[in-house]
Design a protein around this ligand. Structure first.
Ligand SMILES: [Zn+2]
Length: 133
């Protein structure tokens, strides 16, 4: 059953990488952020994390989130911690709190120009977590 769940963890926007050492390292950087949430006393359910590259049709996608699943692109990971944090917390808002885009919110805006500052990103995320618990 666990296997079946893994097999269905697909999105049309991102091609999942097969897990190998290198991908494991990339995924680790996303999972570290999930642990940091815990340090900030934000309770998260179990999240499935997949790493991949955007598909041809969705070239500009950085991440996808829904239904306790997040997909993060290699590109987002390679842009550094602040950028990655923004993308991961944004996708978690979709995946955990079911939040839609909100152009008035720096974190939940559909467009990512400048990523949120690190403190700011955590602050916004914490606010959403409190609202939705
Ligand atoms: Zn989004």
């Amino acid at each position: 059953m666990l296997k079946k769940r893994k097999e269905t963890m697909n999105t049309i926007e991102i091609n999942n990488h097969k897990m190998n050492n290198e991908v494991y390292q990339l995924r680790r950087r996303v999972i570290d952020i999930l642990y940091q949430a815990k340090d900030f006393e934000i309770n998260l359910p179990r999240i499935n994390v997949r790493i991949g590259n955007p598909t041809e049709k969705y070239k500009n996608v950085l991440g996808v989130g829904g239904n306790k699943n997040i997909w993060i692109t290699e590109k987002a990971i390679n842009k550094g911690y602040q950028y990655l944090l923004h993308v991961v917390l944004h996708e978690l808002c979709h995946a955990v709190y079911n939040l839609p885009h909100n152009e008035k919110c720096k974190l939940m805006s559909s467009k990512l120009g400048e990523p949120c500052g690190i403190t700011q990103a955590w602050k916004i995320f914490k606010k959403y977590s409190q609202k939705n618990n």
